[in-house]
Design a protein around this ligand. Structure first.
Ligand SMILES: [Zn+2]
Length: 285
């Protein structure tokens, strides 16, 4: 009797363990996933690496289907970004394929963004009806540009457009003339009027025109929803529609648009979100 009870116990244990293992592999451990970098702040991009055999997975973060790159057989890289206005806390990327689903989680750290006070001429802050109409028109034109998703055009890692310092960080809250707040959605780089501004990577020029805030602005589409932005230029060296290669001169630095002196405003967009260019270049994609 004792032997039979022991046998029954062993069988039950085996079935239980097998069920637990099956559950682990079929649900929460459905994919081999890793999110990098280790520290993610508001306005940062991130990479989710998924290794999975079988049908191709997709990933969704905050309602956005993330663009995907291949990293070999059964290996996928998803590029995501966190809104600069997001609150610190636990965030999840939902990953699924036709047969399984799982979540990859990460902790969003505090951005600790600084506040600075700026003085600009009143006509650049309080907009006349004509300027307001112009700004609204330009915003909807830019919103449409950032929605386009072309195939990957870039090669190798992205580079800084100038060999100089960052003079104003991403995410800084700028309080203009003590009453208007705007979040800095790019970085300012030290430049003199006429300094050569280079394309951060290969892509197609989708904007090369004078804008109210950005002044002479160049925007390069690198594919799958990734764009780089160059503002306040004194001169263009390319035209809309041109293909540019990495390090090709797109224009000369200047102080056009809403600017308090010569510098380059350099921005990066991923899926219409403004991301920190320093973090983006640090990703090494
Ligand atoms: Zn700026």
């Amino acid at each position: 009797m004792a032997v039979r009870r022991l046998f029954r116990y062993a069988i039950t244990r085996f079935i239980f363990s097998a069920a637990v293992l099956l559950f682990m592999f079929s649900s929460s451990y459905a994919f081999d996933m890793k999110i990098s970098p280790d520290v993610i702040k508001p306005g940062d991009p991130f990479i989710l690496k998924v290794e999975s055999s079988g049908s191709e997975p997709s990933a969704v973060f905050e309602g956005r289907a993330l663009p995907q790159l291949r990293c070999g057989n059964d290996c996928y890289l998803f590029i995501g970004a966190v809104d600069v206005a997001a609150s610190p806390g636990r965030y999840a990327v939902n990953v699924s394929s036709s047969s399984k689903s799982a979540t990859a989680e990460f902790d969003l750290q505090d951005g600790n963004f600084r506040e600075i006070y700026l003085t600009l001429s009143q006509d650049k802050v309080f907009l006349s009806p004509e300027n307001l109409e112009r700004v609204i028109k330009e915003k909807s034109m830019l919103d449409a540009v950032f929605l386009s998703k072309t195939p990957v055009l870039w090669t190798g890692s992205f580079v800084y457009p100038l060999d100089s310092d960052v003079t104003s960080d991403f995410g800084i809250k700028r309080i203009i003339n003590k009453n208007t707040t705007s979040i800095h959605r790019g970085i300012d780089m030290r430049a003199k009027t006429g300094d050569l501004v280079r394309a951060s990577n290969t892509g197609r020029v989708v904007i090369a025109q004078e804008l109210f805030y950005g002044g002479n602005t160049v925007i390069v589409d690198h594919g799958i929803g990734i764009f780089t932005i160059y503002m306040h230029l004194s001169e263009f060296k390319i035209s809309k529609g041109d293909m540019v290669s990495k390090n090709q001169i797109v224009g000369l630095a200047g102080s056009t648009g809403r600017s308090s002196g010569p510098h380059l405003h350099f921005g990066v967009k991923i899926q219409s979100l403004s991301v920190n260019p320093v973090s983006f270049l640090g990703l090494g994609i």
